[in-house]
Design a protein around this ligand. Structure first.
Ligand code: AMP
Ligand code: GLY
Length: 421
């Protein structure tokens, strides 16, 4: 098969490396890809949102399977565009990707179908939102922009004044553009967070092994929220008992709800969960593999990923036995100095071999480019250095050992991945 991966980050690199393990995969293209991906796939210079050129490329090159990995092209209907052209594509249609693209949609869905989540109200008028937070007068309070905002659209306000400022900056100053036309104001929950990615064909749902993301920029969960500074799998807080409860009260009801709404979800559905004192609750849904969750979950997948993708497209996931390796994985993200705020690009990375890897670990490239045979930094999150072992401690040791061999000016990584709540 000829496969086209759409996207350019560490997640896409992890997906490509897993797809290459399949006997069925003869050739992989990636649009637009990055410097490390260029060592595993043929790079295609088409932007991830360019539906017309992407469809044309897929047709001209007789692509058998298109894998749409990032949220924006999914929400913009990339899968629909491929299907309209008779091309098989993995990922939800736009009418299902809305589960991530609109928090108003997902909160209302959970309310309607009794899926546990934080209590909330929706506002389209900043004055009413401000009146509401003043009247409720409880902090912390969580203010969320409705639409996609590069993972930055959630503000946890510690004072009523901060909440009012957040409402103004999202709704009046349009900090996140039209994503802030509507907002959700919700109850602040506490407890460990768990990421569970799940395969689903719209009818059955098969959860993958659990993982844990570390979203804050600095050690001890300090600093700004990022796209994710590192992950481990399994998540130590996700017991078998909690997994069963999540399956019964969250996973299956969500898949049924989407089907009942005429929006069957096919692809990878990401459940961002919090294990609260009152049981597991949904913090957010994503319509795709998480990044860097994919980097720790996929190395543990035993079953052929191409077979799973095909079964999902054909709505035959019930027939596939999805199997996993025991043990544990850890991914440490090496980021550019300054990320998630301003950072420099184009800095040479040393310590990588010719293929962009190091001994003892898998190096997934997130923000790199290749120039004259050298790898240069080209994004905020640069590399996801990942290791697999029998235990989490060993996986962490191996990952940090590999990180110590890699360097670039300003490189920043967390030293406590897998060690915090
Ligand atoms: P989201 O983009 O919805 O995943 O939110 C980003 C992060 O904000 C989450 O990973 C949580 O750490 C935090 N968060 C979101 N909603 C809540 C909530 N209701 N209570 C506590 N923390 C939250
Ligand atoms: N790591 C969180 C996400 O992919 O949204």
């Amino acid at each position: 098969m000829k496969i086209l991966m759409i996207g350019s980050g560490g997640r896409e690199h992890a997906l490509i490396k897993k797809l290459l393990e399949s006997d069925k995969c003869k050739k992989i293209y990636c649009a637009p890809g990055n410097g490390g991906i260029a060592k595993d796939a043929e790079i295609v210079n088409i932007g991830a949102m360019d539906k017309d050129n992407m469809v044309k490329f897929a047709k001209d090159n007789a692509i058998d399977l298109v894998f749409v990995a990032p949220d924006d092209p999914l929400a913009a209907g990339m899968v629909d565009a491929m299907e309209d052209a008779g091309i098989r594509a993995f990922g939800p249609n736009a009418n299902a990707a809305i589960i991530e693209a609109s928090k108003v949609f997902s909160k209302n869905l959970m309310k309607k179908y009794n899926i546990p989540t934080a209590r909330y109200e929706v506002f389209d008028d900043p004055r009413k939102a401000i009146e509401y937070v003043e009247k409720e007068n409880t902090v912390p309070v969580v203010v969320k922009a409705d639409g996609l905002a590069l993972g930055k659209g959630v503000i946890i306000a510690q004072t009523i004044d901060d909440a009012k400022a957040a409402i103004k900056s999202i709704m009046e100053d349009k900090q996140f553009g039209d994503s802030g036309n509507n907002i959700v104001i919700e109850e602040f929950l506490t407890g460990p967070e768990v990421s569970v990615l799940a395969f689903t064909d719209g009818n059955v749902v098969k959860p993958m092994v659990s993982s844990k993301d570390h979203k804050r920029a600095y050690d001890n969960d300090e600093g700004l929220n990022t796209g994710g500074m590192g992950t481990v799998s399994p998540n130590p807080y996700y017991t078998d008992e909690i997994a069963q409860e999540c399956y019964d009260t969250i996973f299956v009801p969500t898949i049924k709800a989407m089907k009942a709404e005429g929006r069957p979800f096919k692809g990878c559905l990401y459940f961002g969960l919090m294990i609260t004192p009152n049981g597991p609750k949904v913090i957010e849904y994503n319509a795709r593999f998480g990044d860097p969750e994919a980097q720790v979950v996929l190395p543990r997948l035993k079953t052929d990923l191409v077979d799973i993708c095909e079964a999902i497209i054909d709505e035959k996931l019930a027939d596939v036995d999805v199997e996993w390796y025991d043990g544990a994985t850890a991914c440490v993200v090496m980021a550019s100095g300054g990320y998630p705020l301003a950072y420099k690009k184009g800095i040479e990375i040393t310590g990588l071999d010719e293929k962009g890897g190091v001994d003892g670990a898998i190096v997934y490239h997130a923000g790199t480019k290749l120039e004259n045979g050298k790898f240069l930094t080209n994004g905020g999150r640069v590399l996801g250095v990942t290791a697999k072992a029998d235990t989490l401690d060993e996986a962490l040791d191996k990952a940090y050992d590999a990180v110590s061999k890699i360097n670039f000016e300003g490189a920043h990584f967390r030293k406590d991945i897998g060690r915090t709540k």
